[in-house]
Design a protein around this ligand. Structure first.
Ligand code: NAG
Ligand code: NAG
Ligand code: NAG
Ligand code: NAG
Ligand code: NAG
Ligand code: FE2
Length: 446
């Protein structure tokens, strides 16, 4: 009899629950991002059901510190209008450079236990990064190597330069969930800093805006900046120039914001502390792929020179004027290192044999070969004058910002079992707005 009653109760309970949808409060898709400075780190995760509260328990040897944050309801734009709950919690008061343990969740469920290192204090330490774009769920060929190197402690942060999952909104955002779970083994251990790509465009970029928590800027991760050791990093949207159906004004807003940010970064007291300025957006200004006439063969590349005909809001001139050292892009499913170039003219450094020793213009790198179901992109048979090196091997970029004058970059080929297929040493004795002379050379020629 007792058995029958409890069975009946069980059936009733199950029925009540299922009429309200499945209750699922286990945290998943855990990932980190930088907060404001070395004493902060932000954790973001997802639950299928609301948990009302969002908590990170963390500490050096135990989990005695508690940080509380917010839960946000997210409604995907697909036909099912799927609901997810995004949790964002900022840990504060961290001891710079110390290793922390943490888990995320609430009394309704906790994640696995993860670790991260709080960012080091000050500006005088070598920053080690992995950078790549265009990584999908299917054929994420570089992911295993990135997981291994991240968990071995090789990186202080990872930059994903646009195009995630292919696509996060696909299949009523189930592909976004699967992707965020796949990269958890990287992104739960180091800050996973992002940039928006064209594959995120659905429903006004809502999956991208909701799933990540980037510091400052527009508050949605479309444009923002942060400091890391001796570097100031600016991430902005190349997609505003193409998805103008979501609003033209965003192009001008972003341009103004980036200009102000670069002005601030160039204040003598700031640039002295953080001499390297690194920018990133998804679509390239320079590339040599044969299947992308919009970006590679177009002398009026929109991101580079600005909007068609009126040439407003071109990014190349802005980055040049404010002495940006290095600009990362992706979109092409390949790797390309570009000679120091401005306005389609190569301006190598002349101080030594190394063209990247105090170059006359910013350096562009395309790193979009992490791996996705679209395969790799072919190159033009005859190269462009600005192409220094390019490769269609799947892989990613490693970079060490060594100190105020030296920065090392290498391209890792996953096809060749982790072999380094390209290297660059960028040297800059003094960094300041107006430090480039490429425009003078071009005037002389004319
Ligand atoms: C937790 O770790 C901190 C830092 O090491 C220590 O001060 C504190 O006493 C520990 N608390 C417990 C309950 O073990
Ligand atoms: C970081 O370094 C600065 C300058 O040395 C110092 O004033 C500040 O207290 C340090 N912050 C932390 C959290 O250690
Ligand atoms: C798209 O989102 C931005 C905020 O990120 C908002 O300002 C804009 O108005 C939105 N556009 C449309 C068409 O909803
Ligand atoms: C830049 O340097 C590279 C490597 O030395 C060289 O091949 C290339 O021709 C140079 N370009 C110009 C315009 O000087
Ligand atoms: C930076 O590191 C490079 C290479 O290790 C070294 O040659 C250079 O002198 C260093 N610069 C400063 C300012 O310490
Ligand atoms: Fe793309």
């Amino acid at each position: 009899m007792a058995v029958t009653v409890s069975l009946a109760l069980f059936l009733v309970t199950t029925f009540v629950l299922s009429t309200h949808g499945i209750i699922y409060t286990q945290p998943e898709q855990v990932h980190l991002a930088l907060g404001d400075g070395p004493t902060e780190m932000v954790a973001t995760w997802v639950t299928d059901s609301s948990t009302k509260v969002s908590i990170v328990e963390f500490g050096l040897n135990n989990l005695t510190q508690v940080a509380k944050g917010i839960e946000e309801k997210f409604v995907d734009g697909g036909s099912q209008k799927r609901v997810l709950y995004m949790h964002r919690v900022k840990m504060t008061g961290l001891k710079p450079g110390s290793q922390y343990k943490y888990h995320v969740g609430s009394s309704l469920g906790w994640s696995d236990l993860y670790t991260f290192k709080a960012i080091k204090n000050g500006t005088d330490w070598p920053v080690r990064l992995a950078l790549f774009g265009d990584m999908g769920n299917e054929n994420a060929q570089s992911l295993a190597r990135l997981q291994e190197e991240t968990q071995q402690g090789h990186f202080d942060a990872v930059f994903h330069v646009g195009d995630f999952a292919y696509n996060m909104d696909t299949d009523n955002a189930a592909v976004g969930d699967a992707f965020m779970n796949q990269v958890q083994s990287v992104a739960a251990y180091v800050p996973y800093m992002t940039c928006v790509g064209n594959h995120e465009n659905a429903y006004n970029f809502s999956n991208y805006k909701s799933r990540f928590t980037m510091p400052g800027g527009d508050g949605n991760g479309m444009f923002f900046s942060f400091n890391l050791g001796p570097a100031h990093v600016v991430s902005f949207s190349s997609e505003y120039y193409y998805y103008t159906n979501y609003g033209w004004k965003q192009i001008a807003n972003q341009y103004k914001w980036v200009e102000n940010d670069l002005k601030e970064a160039n204040k003598p007291e700031n640039r002295a502390k953080r001499p390297w300025i690194i920018s990133m957006c998804h679509r390239p200004m320079y590339c040599s792929n044969s299947n992308d006439p919009e970006h590679c063969t177009n002398k009026e590349n929109t991101i580079r020179v600005g909007l068609p005909d009126i040439h407003a809001y071109g990014m190349e001139e802005l980055l040049y004027r404010y002495g940006v050292d290095l600009h990362f892009t992706a979109h092409e499913h390949s790797y390309e290192r570009v000679w120091p170039t401005y306005n389609l003219v190569v301006c190598n450094g002349t101080k030594s044999k190394n063209p990247y020793d105090n170059p006359g213009a910013p350096v562009n790198i395309v790193t979009g070969s992490a791996g996705c179901h679209e395969g790799v992109d072919p190159f033009e048979p005859v190269g462009f004058p600005w192409t220094a090196y390019h490769s269609d091997d799947y892989g990613y970029t490693r970079m060490t910002i060594k100190n105020t004058t030296h920065l090392f970059l290498e391209q890792v080929s996953d096809d060749q079992k982790g072999k380094v297929i390209d290297t660059m040493t960028l040297v800059r004795d003094k960094h300041y707005a107006g430090m480039y002379d490429c425009h003078l050379k071009q005037k002389k020629k004319n």
